[in-house]
Ligand binder design. Structure first.
Ligand code: GDP
Ligand code: IMO
Ligand code: MG
Length: 432
């Protein structure tokens, strides 16, 4: 039995999609276990850039199947749009290849309206959500009022449930937020249509995954977001509403821990964050522009889902150690090493210092109050060479090799692979 897990170790956008694409070559099933269309996973293959929000990045390989687990919140319209986008590119998207858990929850325009309205009233405490209705859909799930994909299998029951839900949303919009109500009938008509289109994809994915694992198939679990956005272990309240960490795989796919072979952390060689919340190693000014890019290159740091400029900073080793602990990481993939070329020196945060001068090597009292700490940096010498055509470890400049080893030492976990560009081939295996 073989289950590999890919989890982002930062605040998202570490390059998970491209790593999943790479590892999909040896996988039979790629399964998303958390989040919704707040995710934006980019995969570059043969001059085409795929931007996937819901469908697992493995779908691009013709031999894999993609599963959407019960831990997701699914906007049927986004899902259908993505399915059509892939079909237009001659990628087969059939019920044989794509399977949706009956127990996944559904996002409606009601959740999106509530997401916007709740954000607007948060004032300075705004989270900077992706406005995709993620928080309100998960809120309905835990308060046991949610709509599930299963509901789509009985159209009459679905219509009644959807109408009740939209009426409740409209009451909340007008009473709590003095906002105009949503027109219910067009939404119901739309959603009944998506129900007809998606019905044949809705199955018990947990059971199918179990059968596949028992039969010796290779399964890859694709995390969305980054673990510092995890609802339990992230920088609460500036987080998303799901379990991003590796532990979310088991509740979000309906399988046990027995088949786990590797937990691979996707880590960018620096750090980024979209939306609000603490970011101790954030940089501003010229260095921020240098790390972010100006938007002329496809991989520059602008949100895949919302287009917002990402906040950027140096790699935070304290939080990397935290990610190792919470996820039980066995390996790291270090992405975007090429972006650091040309810098005279590179900083890595190795500890935090508080106002009294006390230093910490792990985040004290979790990571919600990170703003009170100053990062303690160590500085590594940079390299001038362009890395984008390097494919062998021996061909990496000495200082780039030393940087990779430094990340291993600071994080306490081995780097198995470093990437030097967004294309499939732009990776370097790192010897143990
Ligand atoms: P994800 O959400 O973790 O899948 O990451 P995103 O797709 O949102 O953002 C990562 C961006 O970096 C995408 O544009 C990728 O194509 C790009 N990318 C990934 N790895 C590398 C790399 O090693 N070098 C460069 N230059 N770009 C990369
Ligand atoms: P991928 O999978 C980066 C952030 C939002 C916001 C917070 C809550 O591409 O790494 P939400 O809409 O989830 O309620 O927003 O989480 N966020 C992400 N940031 N990458 C993502 O996904 C994200 N998904 C959500 O910006 O700060
Ligand atoms: Mg992304």
């Amino acid at each position: 039995m073989s289950l590999k897990i890919i989890v982002g170790t930062q605040w998202g956008d570490e390059g998970k999609g491209r790593i999943v694409d790479l590892l999909s070559a040896q996988s039979d099933i790629v399964a998303r276990y958390n989040g919704g269309d707040n995710a934006g996973h980019t995969v570059n293959v043969a001059n085409h850039t795929f931007k996937l929000h819901l469908i697992p990045s493995g779908i691009i390989h013709p031999h894999t199947s993609g599963y959407l687990g019960n831990g997701l919140v699914i906007n049927p319209k986004s899902l259908w749009t993505e399915m059509e986008m892939l079909r237009d590119l001659n990628i087969q998207v059939s019920p044989e290849r794509l399977k949706i858990s009956f127990a996944a929850h559904m996002i409606t325009p009601g959740h999106i309206a509530l997401d916007r309205a709740r954000e607007a009233t948060r004032g300075k405490g705004q989270i900077g959500t992706t406005s995709r209705g993620i928080g309100p859909a998960y809120t309905d799930k835990v308060s046991r009022n949610g709509l599930r994909m299963l509901d789509m299998l009985d159209l009459q029951h679905f219509e009644e449930k959807l109408r009740r839900h939209l009426q409740k949303v409209n009451t909340e919009l007008s009473v709590n937020f003095q906002t105009a109500p949503l027109a219910v009938d067009p939404i119901v008509e739309d959603y009944l249509n998506y129900a007809r289109l998606l019905q044949e994809y809705i199955v018990d994915t947990g059971d199918l995954l179990d059968q596949a694992l028992q039969a010796g198939k290779q399964v890859l679990a694709e995390g969305a977001q980054g673990m510092l956005l995890d609802i339990d272990h992230g920088s609460y309240p500036f987080v998303t509403s799901s379990n991003v960490t590796a532990t979310g795989v088991f509740s979000g796919l309906g399988i046990g821990i027995q088949p786990v072979e590797k937990v691979i952390g996707a880590t960018k060689a620096f750090q980024s964050r979209v939306g609000a919340g603490p970011f101790p190693t954030e940089v501003e000014g010229e260095m921020a522009t240098r790390l972010r890019g100006t938007g002329d290159k496809p991989w520059d740091e602008f949100g895949t889902t919302t287009g917002r400029p990402r906040r950027v900073g140096w790699l935070d080793g304290v939080l990397l150690r935290y990610a190792r602990r919470i996820n039980g990481l066995t390996d790291l993939v270090l992405t975007k090493l090429d972006v650091l070329s040309g810098l005279p020196e590179i900083k890595i945060c190795t500890a935090y210092r508080d106002q009294n001068g006390v230093t910490y090597s792990t985040p004290p009292l979790g990571i919600s109050d990170l703003d009170q700490f100053t990062p303690v940096y160590e500085t590594a010498p940079g390299w001038q060479e362009d890395l984008t055509s390097v494919r062998q470890w021996e061909d990496l400049p000495e200082n780039a090799q030393a940087f990779v080893r430094f990340v291993e030492q600071i994080g306490g976990v081995r780097v198995m692979l470093a990437s030097v560009g967004p294309e499939r081939s732009q990776v370097v295996s790192v010897p143990a």
